[in-house]
Design a protein around this ligand. Structure first.
Ligand SMILES: Cc1cc2nc3c(=O)[nH]c(=O)nc-3n(C[C@H](O)[C@H](O)[C@H](O)COP(=O)(O)OP(=O)(O)OC[C@H]3O[C@@H](n4cnc5c(N)ncnc54)[C@H](O)[C@@H]3O)c2cc1C
Length: 491
């Protein structure tokens, strides 16, 4: 992907874009892949980096969502399991099967979870990953050696999917560009343009070099997740909010706290939440929380109370208990949950299925959803957009569309013993993947800040220097980049 070349496409105002997308997370990039692969002239603008919002901060599971069975959302589970099957086939380098155990510390739990997960397998049908089994206590401990042994009756063993969220976003950006889309990071939409009451396009600013662009389109799609209401207010300042953001955080620990390559799912903690401990790039991710009433920010910070909750709950299920100073990294994201009409209640009870709203001026907003279901969300959104803009009918082709999910080369010496990346890997991201800032490289093209904040800060000066040479930037730029990284990875 060549950013200057893509940016220059915005200068050509002779022809309207068919589809203009605001937001470059899972939702917007999914729509760009869908629209471009149907042959629609498509442009996507992301104010920061691809996936810099919630889409790089998920639990990294491509899953049906076992807990939605408990809340009776069977159709959401079925849809998610179908999409899991598509993703395992369409992005096999980035989406992999992952086994889980659900430990049983009460005599009836193995039966309860066993029946629920057998139903989960049945709902997956032909797209299932592997069969659910009962494991005895010793069999469970042979998979998760650090699980608390005292009181363990056994477990339910099942399969789901795991992925690298920010890397999948880049794979989608590359796939969209290969299909003819113009996809840009660091371009912020500030205004919608109208003719009479109808939206005709938008105005956006390049955050890297400062250029302003006026873009006309047949339809504008708001795919800005937790920010959806701010774009809806550019259309109508008095519109009421439809998004109820809910913060979820993760802490990252040494993999010894898991002691295996199988994840652990606690379907109901004492206070009724779901807890995951999963292996990821030789670390253990532990999450998540569900904190409502938070402000909408691109990079929200974990609250001390959320970190305490995760450390405390991990200690209840693990033999060697993690402490605060074992934490290697933390990250927080905002779920873009759609408010039901009427009383909101707790955000953990809000549905994770998606909604599409069309305003009177024709702004199409896609809200809610999950990473797992991005393809279906995109298909629904583009169907609706094509009707609205009276685009030439063209069927969705993404069910079997292979995504360009090659990983950085892995050649050369590691930047640091704690990080699985070399300087050559970092260089490729600047030359080929539109990484424009140090955090683009260290947080999303490579996942360094998510794996080990201290190791990232150690190697950052060398990476910033390489970037300054590649991008023709000066010493002040390098110093600013290092400062910005320290804010994100403070340890
Ligand atoms: C803690 C947590 C764990 C989760 N775990 C999972 C999981 O394991 N599996 C799963 O399937 N789902 C999971 N989800 C849900 C999933 O991550 C989200 O549903 C999904 O990432 C939302 O994507 P999005 O594109 O709608 O939003 P975002 O990723 O937030 O993207 C919106 C983008 O819009 C951009 N934007 C905003 N304003 C403008 C503007 N003016 N101009 C241009 N761009 C703009 C933002 O910068 C942002 O990048 C999780 C969510 C959370 C919070």
């Amino acid at each position: 992907m060549n950013r200057p070349e893509l940016l220059s496409q915005l200068d050509d105002t002779s022809e309207k874009w068919d589809v203009v997308i605001v937001g470059g997370g899972a939702t917007g990039l999914g729509i760009a892949v869908d629209a471009a692969s149907r042959g629609y002239r498509t442009v996507l603008l992301e104010q920061a980096d691809f996936a810099e919002g919630t889409s790089s901060k998920s639990t990294k599971l491509i899953h049906g969502g076992v807990r939605y069975l408990r809340s009776g959302e069977v159709s959401l589970v079925r849809e998610s399991l179908r999409e899991r099957g598509h993703l395992l086939r369409n992005a096999p380098n980035l989406v992999k099967p992952l086994s889980f155990v659900v430990p049983a510390y009460r005599w009836y739990e193995q039966f309860l979870y066993g029946s629920g997960l057998t139903l989960y397998d049945l709902l997956a049908g032909d797209l299932g990953v592997g069969a659910t089994e009962h494991l005895s206590s010793p069999e469970t401990l042979s998979r998760i050696s650090n699980l608390r042994e005292e009181g363990l009756y056994g477990s339910t063993f099942y399969w789901d999917g795991q992925f690298d969220d920010a890397r999948l976003a880049i794979a989608m950006a590359k796939t969209a560009v290969a299909a003819g889309a113009c996809v840009l990071n660091h371009v912020k939409v500030s205004r919608l343009t109208k003719s009479g009451d109808k939206i005709t396009g938008l105005v956006a600013q390049d955050q890297i070099d400062g250029g302003e662009y006026t873009i006309s389109g047949k339809v504008v799609i708001n795919a800005t997740g937790a920010f959806s209401d701010s774009i809806r207010r550019l259309d109508d300042p008095d519109v009421s909010a439809v998004i109820a953001p809910s913060q979820g955080i993760h802490i990252v620990l040494d993999q010894k706290f898991l002691g295996g390559q199988t994840g652990v799912m606690i379907p109901k903690t004492d206070d009724g939440r779901v807890l995951f401990a999963i292996p990821w790039y030789n670390r253990m991710l532990l999450g998540t929380t569900d904190t409502g009433g938070v402000p909408v920010e691109l990079n929200p910070k974990p609250l001390e109370a959320e970190i305490d909750y995760l450390i405390d709950h991990a200690g209840r299920y693990l033999s060697e208990k993690p402490r605060h100073d074992d934490i290697k990294a933390t990250f927080a994201g905002l779920r873009p949950l759609v408010k039901p009409s009427g009383d909101l209640g707790s955000t953990s009870k809000l549905s994770r299925s998606h909604s599409i709203f069309v305003s009177e001026s024709g702004l199409l907003t896609v809200g809610g959803g999950k990473w797992t279901t991005y393809r279906q969300m995109a298909e629904d959104a583009v169907d609706r957009a094509a009707d609205l803009a009276e685009l030439k009918q063209s069927a969705c082709v993404t069910h079997h569309l292979r995504l360009d999910d090659a990983l950085p080369g892995g050649s050369g010496a590691a930047l640091d013993a704690e990080l699985p990346y070399s300087m050559a890997d970092a260089e490729v991201t600047v030359r080929e993947e539109m990484a424009m800032t140090l955090t683009d490289v260290m947080s999303r093209r490579l996942r360094a800040t998510f794996l080990d904040e201290a190791a990232t800060l150690k190697v950052a000066p060398a990476v910033a220097k390489m970037m300054a040479t590649e991008l023709g930037r000066d010493d002040q730029w390098t110093a600013d980049q290092l400062e910005a990284l320290k804010v994100l990875a403070p340890s």
